[in-house]
Ligand binder design. Sequence first.
Ligand code: C2E
Ligand code: MG
Ligand code: MG
Length: 719
Amino acid sequence: MKSRAPRNFIVLILLPLFLTTLGTTFVSLKMLDGISEAVDRQEMQRSWEAVNSAFSSAGQQISALIVDNARWDDAAQHTGDTVDQQWVFDNWGTTTSDSNYDTVFVLSPQGKVLSAYHKGEVTDLDPSTYFGGSFRRLISSTPAKAAQFRAISTLAWTQDGLTVVAAAPIIPYTPEDIDPDRQYNKLVISRSMDSAHLAKLSRQYVVDGLRVHQLRDAVKDSVAIFDNWGAPIATVTWKPRSPGDAARRSYTSLAFSSVIAMILVLLPISIVHARTMRRMQANERRERQAAREDSLSGLPNRLGLSERLHEQLAIAGGPHVSLLFIDLDGFKMINDAYDHETGDRLIRAIAAGLKVLARNQHFVARLGGDEFGILMVSENARVASESLAQSILDFVKEPFEVDGRVASIGASIGISDNLSEAMDPNELMRRADIAMYDAKDRGGNRFRRFVPALDTRRNENLEIAAELRSFIERGEVGLAFQPIVNSKSHEVVGVEALARWPQASGRMVTPDRFIAVAEEFGLIGSLSTLLLKKACKEVRHRPDLNLSVNVSPLQIGDSRFVPDLLQTLRDHSFPARQLEIELTEGVLVKNPKRTQKVVRELQEHGITVSLDDFGAGYASIGYLREFGFNKVKLDRSLTQAIESDVAVQKIVQGTVLIARGMQAGIVAEGVETEAQAQLMRLAGCDLLQGYHFGKPVEALPAVRPSGAAAPSPLHVFGA
Ligand code: C2E
Ligand code: MG
Ligand code: MG
């Protein structure tokens, strides 16, 4: 199927591409999750260590500072037994305003405040209060003796926030000046770690947003910090950098963007594709439908019927199937005679009629030209098919109006059945076709059911056609002449030339049969020409005999018919007035316009034109008037019934009256008895033909005794 490729493109290429991308993205995100968590854990560890380092470096700084200031000869001297307040102020007090420390205390070895400065001013701050619990531990850990000199620092919480504080005894720098037994005063200096200081640490130790909080403030994600002795004094927070998370976020957004980009690319492709596919499928459906539909009638066509038939026959043990092939008799004539629009209208009308008759139960198709097919599926398809066929015949026979003229056609219907085991659909169609041809062979306007004998008949027809072709080529088709006599004098006034199958061929084939075969196989033109030539050759020496030849309705439709006929007459110097053309009434019904034209042309050349087999078919007396025939030949069936049937007598009398009124002659065919001859004469027939006066024979009738005048074909009646 054509549309499978595009559908596969989406299912086999686009969709897997999309799913693979999605899957890969998902898996990498999952992997990245793990990696980024590990990276973030590492970063957290690092930043925590950095925070610790920052605070311990502050401790180290203040420790270094207190060592410089407490182990100093000058300091030890000025803060000895009496404290030189001026010196303390000048050296330590003033610097609390703008140096590395902001508070200084000088304490006695017992811890009494001897001097105190805070941010450049003398202060009465109590260090125990100011530094809190850490102070007691700091002072008690700081020995007052020089030999035990130690500088100790710790973090403490003050009213100025987190503070780093250090303490040490104030001792001489020079070792000789040290009194080992003396209890020295102590120096305490501190520095609050204000926000500026914290910001500086943040930068130095690469810890973002370092902040300090009071213990009592419960801050989320905060970490406690402790004084030198392990007592918690405050909490800190900072913004851990989580580089893994950042990497994952950027990868996620990248992946998200690629998925979006992919969707943005694939979606239009898919949409365009789906649309194209839908269009292609719709086109394909339309094409498929068009390939199975007859545009003129709107019915399914031969392919459509064949497919349906295949489907039906494929159903194992399915219901009986009957197939009807319907061929219109005489449609071609109408089509030739009128314009094609008329033919099209007729086809549409027939199609509509068939659909109505099939009552939506059966599958109606137009097989082409004037052929239709009906597929019947039912348990009693066999019985139903015959009644349907009959109603089709009745429907088709109904006269219809074309261009203001009433015409009618017929139909030949062939029926085939699938009753027993499953049959090949083509065989079923072949059988319907053969049955249909048989119906046509038998004169049309009937239905025939296929029987095996038809196959034989069909094969015979093929053989007959082949033989006939070679007989015609070799000029071997036989010719018989049957006399036509004056109804009063019984004098032979003419002969009808009748085709005969050569006896030497070894088989008997009636003219009815091989004429039909000739018509079917396109041999009728050459056959007629051959017979006309033969007849002309023989009858031209008999000016006393009128020569009648039969012309097939098919020949009337041939534009070469009249010119060829005239040429043959000229070739044989045969007088046109001596020739009579017999047309069967079927041609009138089927091809009225063309027939009228041909009749007139022939008459213009002096040829007599008669209507053959009148009363056998459905031609009305109206045709007589319309076509202006010179003669009417009453069918043998009328002659045979005239003795017994009063109605027939009336028909004959009426026909004679009308023919007389039109100055047309009347011939009675098939006269077999003297009584029939009498009755026909009394009814007004001018001429008689039949076994009673002579069967068709090869030889022409004997020459009349001299003196008898040759009857003019146009003036034999009305005596
Ligand atoms: P048709 O033109 O009506 O010819 C008369 C037929 O009636 C002939 O049959 C003839 O043998 C038969 N017939 C004549 N008198 C009697 C009778 O008293 N009793 C009976 N039972 N039959 C009689 P045939 O020769 O078998 O021809 C049959 C038909 O075949 C002809 O009917 C004509 O339509 C056609 N046909 C014969 N020859 C030709 C031909 O050369 N060209 C064409 N187009 N048709 C031909
Ligand atoms: Mg005839
Ligand atoms: Mg006849």
